[in-house]
Design a protein around this ligand. Sequence first.
Ligand code: NDP
Ligand code: 2IT
Length: 448
Amino acid sequence: MGANNTINAVYEQVCKRNAGETEFLQAVKEVLDSLGPVIDKHPEYVEAKILDRIVEPERQNIFRVPWQDDKGRFQINRGFRFEFNSALGPYKGGLRLHPTVNASILKFLGFEQVFKNSLTTLPMGGGKGGSDFDPKGKSDNEVMRFCQSFMTELCRHIGPDTDVPAGDIGVGGREIGFLFGQYKRIRNEFTGILTGKALNWGGSLIRPEATGYGAVYFAEEMLKTRKDSFKGKICTVSGSGNVAQYTIEKLNALGAKAVTLSDSSGFIHDPDGVDAEKLAFVMELKNIKRGRIKEYADKYGVEYVAGKTPWGVKCDCALPSATQNEINEDDAKTLLKNGCFVVSEGANMPSTPEAIEQYLGAKILYGPGKAANAGGVATSGLEMSQNSMRLSWSCEEVDEKLHDIMISIHKQCFDAAKEYGDPGNYVMGANIAGFVKVADAMLDQGLV
Ligand code: NDP
Ligand code: 2IT
């Protein structure tokens, strides 16, 4: 059977087993579509059913999360932890709290995490979890009670050498604290079972900054292949949470200008750029007051567009940092028409397959999420190392390691794309380089 037939048969089975899970199927198809040349070269992967195995999570935990709101009413949410692949190390990946969370979304994220973590060069398997709990409008005490209930079940499944969750949408320092406290109370054990911890109880310097900084470092490497840099570049950024904030901080440091920010209600356009003072306002607004991005427009007198994404704003570089499928085919065409020639994905799978086709057709510098945003989980890996050694590295040390890892990820993707016949195609490069390492480890470990 040729590579295409093998891949089609695997995909057909995935569609049958996971009917209706559109995001998961989208993520699987993107990876499988890249793997033809690898399958041709390595019949041993087909023989050992590596493809059939890699698309099936090793374990799927789904559980009830009961908690009580401030009015004393009972609330019931659904909790998940998908433990996707442990060939390279303990399961590792974030927790997402958002009303849209379901099995499809967490399986797409868990699947991508396997290849992303492989690219980091660190020993981490892939997993993802979360809940359809909506943190918006909840008091700190409600969030705490939810987190305590969630961890009461989750603690059966995780451990420092088993599965190490972290943050994602809706999970930041506050939630990691509540989750950690409950684990410690139940297990009577202070260990590195979560990353993204606060500095004074086991966290790592630079972990909050890592995803955004990493997405900019990755884009900088792509720019270098064309002897270019961020200096003077106009950049559009979506989202206004953790990833967007530190993306902008690093863009500013490199002499670029970030002109947009967004949330699920709309976007702001600030042609003068979001400078350090305005960024401090955004951090306070989003991380402490938990307000809406519209308040930026009110404060600084710039344009706010309700219900829209920022992709119509003219730019050189786009750094989507909000959520999946936030750039569709028309958005991609608009970006290209306006001269955008760099897309570096801080978010996971922010571009639809049709948008990606546009980028690849136009041969722009396109860094897919599983490569470009791997700096977050890579620095989580560094947090785990520091926890194991019971010591902590300085800011400069962690940032240097993060920077080196992003340079290495770029090189792996660049080299794999060239080796397998499509130079400059970072989608193919990331999928192949991420896959081969996991596949070889699976071969070594036998039929498990
Ligand atoms: P945050 O919760 O800090 O911020 C999320 C931002 O995206 C908010 O501005 C939010 O707006 C917006 N957003 C969320 N959902 C939607 C939606 N459905 N439509 C429009 N806007 C939305 O999350 P992060 O910054 O941590 O995560 C952003 C992206 O980066 C996600 O795709 C995540 O998976 C990815 N990522 C995160 C990493 C990390 O280390 N945190 C690592 C790698 C990737 P609102 O406030 O209105 O909800
Ligand atoms: O998507 C991601 O890589 C994350 N949300 C970070 C995961 C982690 O374990 O740090």
